[in-house]
Structures are given as structure tokens and as C-alpha cells.
Design a protein around this ligand. Structure first.
Ligand code: GRF
Length: 219
């Protein structure tokens, strides 16, 4: 399975995917990394790992549609089977999401559907919830929504700061993003309505995956 990764900044989730794909038995490869900002730190990290990179700078396009046409063209030229958003900070229109429906996934640093959007860790701490975590999900036109593939949960600690919590959540992100990609590449993931069914999925230790319920008649 060929993956195109879209980034805007640091690219640590991208690195986790690069690391996973470097294992010869991992069933996916990175075809291209696209950044919408020429200054994205992740570009150098990918380049250093001999991964092809390109910049599609949204500020140089007349409108969102032209920008997204360029993203779509680059992904198709790279023969992408799956687009992975990894800290990609542009909202995507229903047009691009629709073209890649079921073939575009995102990682978000909360237990969705709680805490969509930005400044997640600050809001988690203000809310007083006892657990936080991260979610890998298929992308729907609404922000931070779509069928959930994998989640990991961690406790919120009494003396947590947004940065400390973010760092612990990020560790889990780096575990479940490659896991979700692997499950998709192994064709164990099926979208049924708003949910994802996982077939014969191994429960990775500590990663809470929504339960696998193969349908009757499945091979
Ligand atoms: C991560 O926390 C991810 O969940 C969110 O943006 C952050 C990106 O970090 N969507 P990185 O660029 O992958 O290091």
C-alpha cells in the first residue's frame, strides 16, 4: 500500500510512519510527503530518510479549490492508496474529502468525539476529565470527525500541564498511527456507516481499539 503523508509542521507522526514503513515486513510504503508550508520542519526529516517530498504552499493558490486540486494531483501522481494527515493544519473541503473517502485518515490528540479542534490539552485540563488520549479516524467533511479506527487512552495526572499531557499523548499517537495504517494495509478495516469494523485485529497492548466484530459470512 502506497501512502502520501500531508504535514504542516514538526512531523513527528510522519516520522513514526516512516519508521514503521522502514521495517521490510510492514505492509506499506511512503510514496511522498507533502507540506503546505515551505518551513515545515518535517520536510528535512523526511528528506534525511530519502523520502520524496514536495511543498504545495496554500498561500500561492488563488483559492482553496485550486490548492486542493494540486494536492489531489500530487497524491494521484504518487499513486497513493491512502492519504495520512499528520499535523496538517488546513481544513479540507467536501470535494477533496469526497474524492478520498475511505482512503484518507487523520490523527487527533484526544479521545474523539470529545475535544475536537485546537488547544486540546488546555481544554482537557480545564474540563477535569480523568482520561485523555488520541484517535486515528477516517476523514469526513466535518473537522475531526469520521469512523474511528484506533484509540489509545492515558490518565490525566493531578499536576499535568498542557505540555506534559501533550507529550504523553504524543507517545501514544506514535504507536497507534502505524497500527491503524497496518490494519488498513492488511485489509482488516471495513467502514460500515459511521463505524469501523476490525477483522481479526490484534489488540496491541495499551491501545484501545474498538472491538472487532466480523460480520457473519465474512471470510
Ligand atoms: C499531533 O498532536 C496530531 O495529533 C495533531 O497535530 C500534532 C502534529 O504533531 N493533529 P506532529 O507534526 O506529527 O509532530
Amino acid at each position: 500500500m502506497r501512502i502520501v503523508i500531508l504535514i504542516s509542521g514538526r512531523g513527528s507522526n510522519m516520522e513514526a510512519l516512516i519508521e514503521a514503513c522502514a521495517d521490510p515486513v510492514f505492509p506499506a510504503e511512503i510514496a511522498l510527503v507533502i507540506a503546505n508550508r515551505p518551513t515545515a520542519e518535517g520536510l528535512a526529516k523526511a528528506g534525511g530518510r530519502q523520502i520524496p517530498t514536495t511543498v504545495i504552499d496554500h498561500t500561492t493558490f488563488a483559492d482553496r479549490e485550486a490548492f486542493e486540486v494540486a494536492i489531489d494531483a500530487a497524491a494521484r501522481e504518487a499513486r497513493a492508496d491512502l492519504i495520512c494527515l499528520a499535523g496538517f493544519m488546513r481544513l479540507l473541503s467536501p470535494w477533496l474529502v469526497g474524492r478520498w473517502r475511505g482512503r484518507m485518515i487523520n490523527i487527533h490528540p484526544s479521545l474523539l468525539p470529545a475535544f475536537r479542534g485546537l488547544h486540546v490539552h488546555e481544554r482537557v485540563l480545564e474540563s477535569g476529565v480523568r482520561f485523555s488520549g488520541c484517535t486515528v479516524h477516517f476523514v469526513s467533511p466535518e473537522m475531526d470527525e469520521g469512523p474511528i479506527i484506533a484509540q489509545a487512552a492515558i490518565p490525566v495526572l493531578p499536576d499535568d500541564t498542557p505540555d506534559a499531557l501533550a507529550a504523553r499523548v504524543l507517545e501514544q499517537e506514535h504507536r497507534i498511527y502505524p497500527l491503524a495504517v497496518r490494519l488498513i494495509a492488511e485489509r482488516r478495516v471495513r467502514i460500515t456507516g459511521h463505524q469501523v469494523e476490525l477483522k481479526d485485529a490484534p489488540l496491541a497492548s495499551g491501545a484501545l481499539i474498538n472491538p472487532a466484530a466480523p460480520s457473519p459470512g465474512d471470510p
